[in-house]
Design a protein around this ligand. Structure first.
Ligand code: AMP
Ligand code: ZN
Length: 113
């Protein structure tokens, strides 16, 4: 997807504040943090959102949650954190490349807005 912001970040064409990278995923700080810790984890492969990952590619979800758990340990997020993925217009998705928000460092509220 040549016009996709997160594809460009995944390729390194647009800079990001990287926390973790391997051949399949990238984690980087959100440019507009909504909590003291707010980073995004994306697959390098383009999927529009979590509902568009073919079943045969589903291992990417396990991999992403493994990366999230590793970063949570490394960043000392032992009091807890929230993982969010927004889908579509009503879900509040603004960047149409699958990404998981990871938020920590403050009490979260429920229900979300
Ligand atoms: P969503 O609204 O769920 O699609 O989330 C998109 C997120 O991407 C928002 O939290 C934005 O602040 C974040 N974002 C947009 N552009 C950048 C960028 N260049 N670097 C890091 N985060 C970004
Ligand atoms: Zn993309």
């Amino acid at each position: 997807m040549s016009d996709c912001l997160f594809c460009k970040i995944a390729k390194g064409d647009i800079p990001s504040k990287k926390l973790y990278e391997d051949d399949k995923v990238l984690a980087f700080h959100d440019i507009d943090p909504q909590a003291p810790v707010h980073f995004l984890v994306i697959p390098k492969e383009h999927y529009q959102h979590a509902g568009k990952v073919p079943a045969q590619n589903g291992e990417i979800f396990a991999h992403i949650f493994g990366v999230i758990a590793k970063l949570a340990d490394e960043l000392g997020m032992d009091k807890g954190y929230r993982v969010v993925t927004n889908i579509g217009e009503q879900g509040g998705q603004t960047v149409h490349h699958l990404h998981f928000h990871v938020l920590s460092g403050r009490d979260m509220t429920w229900p979300p807005g």
